[in-house]
Design a protein around this ligand. Structure first.
Ligand SMILES: [Zn+2]
Length: 210
């Protein structure tokens, strides 16, 4: 099954992608990881992407799409894949269609902005070992200190309130129109994100079936 996961930053798409990946044994492909992999493997597109990143520029659509094209031909995508974080805009979705990539379903995880803002602004990370915490939902044993390695916990710039509002605004303006785009094709399935991750996962699995 070829899937796209849609949802605002912080709606929990990454987690749902992992759950589907385990259930269906298909790879979850996130754009960020894919770019890093392509660069590390030194593929033609990877080297192109690197030249933009090294120059401090955004990687243009055609390069990202080229990398996705390379990635989707890999052996592990034979039975399907989950795209997480792509497409983000209508032109990217059209490019995917023009590439001849067939999409069976688009799962849209819906969480109200206020909840996302609360979730993200409470997030703390350890820069040393990568462990993540939350000031309400996943507190470390000692406030501000990583349970795993004892390093100091910090709030990533991406999770600061002003940045979160900015990211949500961009999502509503550029990415949310994709819902209509895929609804017209009859492949959009909406999942209401729940407080409990397991409940959201149950709804996601149900959406895969109808
Ligand atoms: Zn740590």
């Amino acid at each position: 099954m070829n899937l796209i996961l849609l949802g605002a930053p912080g709606a929990g798409k990454g987690t749902q992608a992992e759950k589907i990946c385990e259930k269906l044994s298909i790879p979850a492909i996130s754009t960020g990881n894919m770019l890093r992999e392509a660069m590390a493997n030194g593929t033609e597109m990877g080297l192109q992407a690197k030249s933009f990143i090294d120059a401090g520029k955004l990687v243009p659509d055609e390069v990202v799409i080229g990398i996705i094209r390379e990635r989707l031909t890999a052996e592990d995508c034979r039975n399907g894949f989950i795209l997480d974080g792509f497409p983000r805009t209508i032109p990217q979705a059209e490019a995917l269609d023009n590439m001849g990539v067939r999409i069976d379903k688009v799962i849209d995880i819906e969480v109200p902005d206020e909840k996302i803002a609360a979730r993200l602004s409470g997030r703390r990370v350890c820069l040393k070992c990568g462990a993540t915490y939350h000031t309400e939902y996943k507190k470390p044993k000692t406030e501000g200190v990583c349970d795993v390695c004892g390093d100091e916990l910090v709030q990533r710039k991406d999770d600061m309130p002003e940045t979160v509002l900015d990211r949500l605004k961009t999502y509503h303006e550029q990415t949310e129109p994709l819902k209509g785009y895929y609804e017209k094709k009859g492949i959009l399935r909406v999942v209401e994100g729940q407080e409990d991750v397991a409940d959201t996962t149950a709804l996601t699995f149900k959406a895969l079936e109808d």
